[in-house]
Design a binder for this molecule. Structure first.
Ligand SMILES: CC(=O)N[C@H](C=O)[C@@H](O)[C@H](O)[C@H](O)COP(=O)(O)O
Length: 221
């Protein structure tokens, strides 16, 4: 198992974010490492190559958006291949039941394991999807997409601790908590509910959203 138990920091910034770019994400990864993170999640070959400098295991994703299909997290084998070439030891991909172009998750999981020699991290939104992904050979199952699929909308403020707990009870593979773990207390609850690792993004690496939260909750109207 390449991903140790502990906190994983997701270092991602889209094109509209002032911190977009490998230079910033590389620095975020170093800061996360110095703060005690055991792994980094990053998007796209350029950012993945940059975050490798922190020397931690990298969960790589490759977001590819399509007009026709809702699946965008590492939607096909070519996307997985590109991020492994950039240095990701673990490939995360959408393993929801949503419609998609090309090969289904069962085939992608097998090919990533066999042809790329990487570990597979299944981003799911429901218990059924999580059980299926583990059956197909995923090394980790994560709650990343709970709240972001038709089956699980509307998105709550809180993380989906119930799904995490149910997965941890049923699965032999490590279960990872991801999505809206916005405070140390919620991270603690994630581990208590059975998580092997907890992934935190926005509240550590997105100063724009952190500022928004301070303004929304702390500044008088
Ligand atoms: C749904 C989706 O596309 N989630 C993405 C997956 O990589 C990221 O945008 C999230 O920031 C990440 O999952 C961490 O979650 P949070 O930022 O809530 O700590």
């Amino acid at each position: 198992m390449r991903l140790p138990r502990g906190l994983v920091v997701s270092c991602q910034a889209r094109a509209d974010n002032p911190l977009h770019g490998p230079q910033f994400m590389g620095a975020m990864a170093l800061a996360a490492r110095d703060g005690g993170a055991v792994g980094i999640r990053a998007n796209g070959p350029a950012d993945i190559a940059a975050v490798k400098a922190a020397g931690l295991p990298v969960i790589g994703i490759h977001k590819v958006f399509s007009e026709q299909y809702p699946v965008y997290i590492t939607p096909d084998f070519a996307a997985a291949e590109a991020i492994v070439a950039a240095g990701a030891e673990v490939v995360a991909l959408d393993c929801t039941e949503r419609p998609r172009d090309g090969e289904p998750p069962a085939v992608l999981i097998r090919r990533i394991r066999e042809e790329l020699g990487a570990e597979v991290f299944a981003d799911i939104s429901t218990l059924r999807e999580g059980l299926a992904a583990a059956d197909w050979g995923a090394h980790y199952v994560a709650t990343t997409l709970s709240g972001y699929t038709e089956a699980t909308e509307p998105k709550p403020e809180e993380p989906d601790l119930r799904l995490l707990e149910a997965l941890a009870r049923k699965l032999a593979v490590p279960v990872v908590a991801e999505g809206r773990y916005n405070s140390p207390e919620l991270v603690r609850q994630g581990f208590e509910a059975g998580a092997h690792a907890v992934v935190v993004g926005t509240m550590i690496t997105n100063p724009r959203e952190i500022t928004r939260a301070f303004v929304k909750q702390g500044v008088p109207a």
